[in-house]
Write a protein that binds this ligand. Structure first.
Ligand code: NAP
Length: 661
């Protein structure tokens, strides 16, 4: 059967309509989650015994570790197995289908996940997979016997992906909370980055809240606008907007030691300053907010328009214009691919190229049958999401890690890293078969994963167009009419787009003053040397929780969404711990912070981010070459560390009962 009719995930048609839609969807949807849905709907685990032996199992990430190429893309079933699953689904699924299995126990979950991914899934992954696939909401660990008193309040700074999540989970846990957001709307990154082509570069069936699955993503990698719409929908459905103060900038936060509270000063759009008190403060500012604007001679004299991608203004019309783009990160490639058809000429100025890999799904629409299955077939969505997570997470842990023997004789870091290198090199060479000059200019001089791998949304194709010129250079000087590159070429321009990324900023834009008058900015040497315990807590700043803090980004795989969920989970557990034990506040012990950071540095020393001899700049590292962004742990290990506070590492303040506060 082929998909000949329009599929409507929310069809209210009669049973015949739904039956037709179900069978059409079965023909196009992903067979692996479909098989899992068959197990859920029939309750027949014998299906796993029947299909399991027909799959070639590999160890998780085995081909990555050994550098061997899998015969089929990871997790894909052989064609005859696919046909048989579809046939069985036509036979067994009906429009009245229901999940008879519920959430599988650990043993069954391992069996199902192993069949669903065609890789051995160890039991240690079960809790994170159950949560991250969306089977269960994050499970509370600290016993809950005390209801948060109304006068115990929490301030959240920022209403992006983390702040929204914090608001939802604080609300669910019964805490009094308030969110301050400097912009006029929620969304953070996705509100700010509206440049042409802005899109998510992590698959959104996974890069979204595990507790708010969305079956309607139009693309596997949706636009920023679609992502922003998703976030707005979440805010609306949880009714948290009324607790968010928009256009309200947090200027400072000051710990009042004798009262064990924070005093937070805000400034609203009309300039009014207010001081608020809270028992805990959660910063949810992200780390890439402050645009990195190069300091180039003559920028002020430019007669046209200069714009940084994060400050895009919809009034900018590039039609028929001569445009120069500076930079070649994820943002630049999206801009270039998106504007190439519109402009008269396009000059891309590349100081140092990134490794770029092909990814067909970056521009693919999600077929209607897939959307129908996600919305209607029991547990299909959870297993679809589990696979999206599995193949983009700890399977990739090996990628940035240095194999000391291998690097003695290879440019790449390990056999696995070599696979990415070969993929990127082949893609580069096959994209420009007649342009060795472009191949040379676009070949990076650092190992893959030194900087974020870029998935190509059409950048290389754009560079082959007659009106597009690539310069392996930087800006030397800007004049009223254009740009002189460091190669000495003059490029006439009407618009200059700075796709130059961000100045790394870990919360130090706010004046945060802790115990003994210490400021977070001083402690972190103006933000250049940030160190936190678990990436979240800093000694001397009780009940301050810095989300997306130092060394917490999952740079080998997955996305910011997992960080959002695990950080918020940990914070709620900490707050509940305080209530359960009658404390006012917790402060991390200095020795615990130092020991944690010693382990972080030791683990990072073996990666392409800081290994001696690595020739990598970029925002992962500080001025001393220390990697301050990446989390060195496997996602499963970091997630496990963040299940609940470890009292041995913490000092507790106050023992007041709630009524004494
Ligand atoms: P980026 O990765 O930091 O890249 C900035 C680019 O600008 C680099 O090519 C850099 O060259 C260049 N540059 C910076 N200063 C320069 C100067 N003074 N002169 C010449 N060139 C200069 O920034 P980004 O592309 O905006 O990406 C930022 C982060 O956002 C990344 O993590 C990225 O993956 C993420 N992102 C995510 C999405 C998403 O969908 N989730 C979309 C876009 C971006 P050098 O390498 O030589 O410094």
């Amino acid at each position: 059967m082929t998909e000949t009719m329009p599929l409507d995930p929310h069809t209210t048609g009669d049973a015949d309509d739904r039956r037709s839609q179900l069978h059409a969807a079965i023909e196009v949807c992903d067979p692996a989650p479909l098989l899992m849905s068959l197990v859920h709907v029939t309750g027949d685990t014998g299906l796993l015994d029947e299909f399991g032996p027909r799959l070639t199992l590999s160890e998780p990430g085995n081909h990555y570790r050994t550098g061997t190429r899998p015969t089929a893309p990871p997790g894909q079933y052989p064609a005859d197995v696919v046909d048989d699953i579809r046939a069985r689904a036509h036979e067994l699924l009906t429009v009245e289908m229901e999940d008879r299995l519920g959430v599988p126990d650990a043993e069954l979950f391992v069996r199902m996940a192993t069949v669903a991914t065609s890789e051995y899934v160890a039991e240690e992954f079960v809790p994170i997979l159950r949560e991250q696939a969306g089977f269960v909401r994050s499970e509370r660990r600290v016993p809950i016997t005390v209801t948060p008193p109304a006068d115990f309040s929490v301030i959240v700074i920022g209403a992006g992906i983390v702040g929204i999540n914090a608001a939802i989970k604080l609300r669910d846990a019964g805490f009094t909370y308030r969110v301050f957001e400097a912009r006029h709307e929620i969304g953070g990154t996705w509100s700010r980055n509206t440049y042409p082509g802005a899109a998510v570069d992590t698959p959104s069936h996974y890069y979204s809240y595990s507790f708010e699955l969305n079956s309607e993503w139009s693309k596997y990698y949706p636009t920023g606008a679609e992502y922003q719409k998703y976030l707005k929908g979440v805010v609306e459905s949880y009714g948290i907007a009324e607790n968010i103060a928009f256009r309200t900038q947090v200027l400072s936060a000051r710990w009042i030691e004798d009262q064990h509270v924070w005093e937070v000063t805000t400034r609203s759009a009309d300039g009014t300053r207010e001081v608020h008190r809270a028992n805990a403060v959660v910063t949810a500012l992200g780390m890439l907010n402050a645009p990195n604007i190069p300091d180039v001679e003559g920028m002020d004299s430019f007669g046209g328009r200069i714009v940084h991608t994060s400050e895009w203004d919809e009034s900018i019309d590039l039609t028929g214009k001569r445009v120069v783009v500076l930079g070649t990160g994820c943002t630049s490639v999206q801009v270039v691919a998106n504007i190439v058809d519109q402009v008269e000429s396009l000059d891309v100025v590349v100081r140092s190229p990134h490794w770029i890999v092909p990814e067909k799904a970056v521009v693919s629409d999600v077929p209607d049958g897939e959307k129908w299955a996600l919305a209607n077939i029991p547990r299909y969505h959870e297993w679809f999401r589990l696979r999206a997570y599995w193949f983009a997470s700890d399977n990739l842990y090996v990628m940035p890690r240095i194999d000391p023997e291998w690097v003695k004789t290879h440019f790449s870091a390990s056999p696995a890293n070599e696979m990415v290198l070969n993929t990127a090199r082949n893609y580069l060479e096959s994209s420009f078969p007649d342009r060795p000059d472009l191949v040379e200019k676009l070949t990076p001089d650092f190992r893959p994963y030194g900087k974020r791998i870029v998935k190509d949304p059409g950048f290389f194709k754009a560079l082959t167009r007659d009106h597009v010129t690539l310069h392996r250079a930087s800006f030397q000087r800007v004049t009223p009419d254009g740009v002189f590159t460091t190669e000495g070429k003059f490029v006439p321009a009407d618009v200059i787009i700075l796709a130059t990324g961000f100045a790394l900023e870990f919360t130090t834009s706010i004046d945060i003053v802790g115990r003994n008058g210490d400021t977070l900015a001083d402690r972190w040497k103006g933000g250049d040397d940030p160190r936190a315990y678990l990436g979240i807590q800093v000694t001397g700043f009780p009940n301050l929780f810095v989300t997306a803090g130092p060394n917490s980004a999952p740079n080998h795989g997955a996305g910011h969404n997992i960080l959002s969920e695990e950080h918020v989970h940990y914070i709620i557990e900490c707050l509940q711990y305080l209530l359960e034990n009658g404390h006012d506040a917790m402060d991390v012990r200095q020795d615990a912070l130092e020991e944690y950071n010693r382990k972080v540095d030791e683990a990072l020393d073996k990666t392409v981010w800081v290994h001696p001899g690595e020739n990598v700049n970029g925002y992962y590292r500080n001025s001393e070459g220390r990697a301050v962004v990446p989390c060195p742990w496997r996602l499963v290990d970091y997630w496990t560390l963040l299940r609940e506070p470890n009292p041995d590492d913490l000092e507790f303040l106050g023992s007041a009962t709630p009524s004494d506060r």
